[in-house]
Ligand binder design. Structure first.
Ligand SMILES: C[S@@+](CC[C@H](N)C(=O)[O-])C[C@H]1O[C@@H](n2cnc3c(N)ncnc32)[C@H](O)[C@@H]1O
Length: 205
């Protein structure tokens, strides 16, 4: 891994640890709410194992998960489209991409995920386009996000969803989401007890 990427990830992890332990008082809208390092490593490995080129992320925050993914995607000459509604976080994310030296393969779309996904879906070129998607925005809309993303995933591609197990306040939404996935015979899905609980869902056909 390039030094600039490792250094940026380490800085973001230090900040995330402080925020999670409440050692610093950060206003809710400014919190990173990042995936764990283990989850970042998992995403990076899956992207490498599958040789993924095109990735979609819903919920950029300040770019921690995006950088983990971009580290693999950039070596495979791919691109990540990442969606975030909060302009302050987008500014910080872009600074972090630049510090990591990984901006070229990342396209940030600012706005509400439901609106951006609905618009992307209408573009014929986006059908079966993405090899992998990460869903990590608000949990209330997780089923809607999944349904909008699915047609844009290639057959054999995957959708990974964070927070299946933690925080426990999301369990209700995540249980409904899990039932939704299991009811679809065109999917294969598993909940991994890594990080906050990662759902890995493969599009079989
Ligand atoms: C859990 S954080 C993402 C963390 C990031 N994936 C990481 O691991 O570094 C969720 C992010 O989704 C954004 N978000 C929440 N609801 C959204 C929506 N409806 N549209 C777009 N972004 C949204 C929040 O502003 C927040 O930054």
């Amino acid at each position: 891994m390039k030094n600039s990427i490792a250094k940026t990830l380490a800085e973001l992890e230090a900040q995330s640890t402080l925020e999670k332990s409440r050692a610093v008082n950060v206003p809710p809208d400014d919190r990173m709410l990042a995936i764990t390092r283990e989850t970042g490593e998992l995403l990076n490995m899956i992207l490498r194992l599958t040789g993924a080129k095109n990735m979609l992320e819903i919920g950029t925050s300040v770019g921690y998960s995006t950088i983990w993914c971009a580290e693999a995607i950039s070596e495979q000459s791919g691109q990540i489209i990442t969606i975030e509604q909060n302009p302050k976080k987008i500014k910080r994310a872009k600074e972090n991409f630049s510090k990591a030296g990984i901006s070229e393969c990342i396209l940030v779309r600012q706005g509400l995920a439901l609106e951006i996904l609905s618009e992307l879906c209408l573009d014929e070129k986006m059908k079966n386009h993405f090899d992998l998607a990460l869903i990590d925005a608000d949990k209330e809309n997780v089923i809607e996000y999944f349904n909008l993303v699915l047609p844009m995933i290639s057959v054999g591609g995957a959708i990974i969803t964070d927070n299946m197990l933690y925080p426990t306040k999301f369990r209700g939404h995540m249980k409904k989401f899990s039932d939704h996935l299991k009811a679809n015979p065109a999917l294969r899905t598993i909940t991994l007890p890594i990080g906050n609980g990662e759902e890995i869902t493969i599009k079989l056909r």
